[in-house]
Design a protein around this ligand. Structure first.
Ligand SMILES: [Cu+2]
Length: 167
């Protein structure tokens, strides 16, 4: 069978593009652990406190087991509510030991926000009516900034918190 030269070039180009695409996808999924959420979890945005995870006492970092943590956060214009410490000051900094499994659960009562732990694969869109959750292992010690990467209004740039992964 004779294949024209241009047709050969085109076939090689097409097959290579497909292989490159699959390699990138595989790298993201298996090496970097990028997975879509399995299903949507809904919440009443006007009555967030009715959900146990978002009651004042349960906000922020909670240790739930050996090397297992849950972080509950209410994102709102223009703040990340991580609860308060003993003297009532809002928590803006959380510390997690290296290698621990962390489940982030975030929701919002108002508009669409982002939740991105800059420099990690923790990056979620936070929509009113839904609980965005992601479980991950943070293995690189350092200080990370949690930023909102969905423009949510004039105070958007003031939405941040910090996360420290320590040895
Ligand atoms: Cu924002």
């Amino acid at each position: 069978m004779h294949i024209h030269k241009y047709e050969k070039i085109w076939l090689i180009f097409g097959i290579s593009a497909l292989v490159i695409f699959l390699v990138i996808l595989g790298f993201g999924a298996f090496w970097q652990g990028t997975h879509p959420q399995s299903h949507g979890v809904t919440i009443d945005p006007e009555n967030i406190e009715a959900h146990e995870a978002f009651q004042e006492d349960n906000l922020g970092l909670t240790k739930v087991g050996d090397d297992k943590y849950i972080v509950n956060i209410i994102a709102s214009a223009f703040n990340y509510n991580l609860g308060t410490d003993e003297d009532g000051t809002p928590v803006k900094h959380i510390r997690i030991p290296k290698g621990a499994t962390v489940l982030f659960q975030v929701t919002t009562p108002d508009v669409v926000h982002g939740f991105n732990v800059a420099g990690t694969n923790v990056n979620m869109m936070v929509e009113p009516g839904y609980i965005s959750s992601l479980e991950t292992e943070l293995n690189k010690p350092g200080e990370y900034t949690i930023v909102c990467n969905e423009y949510c209004g004039v105070g958007h740039h003031m939405m941040y918190a910090t996360l420290e992964v320590y040895e």
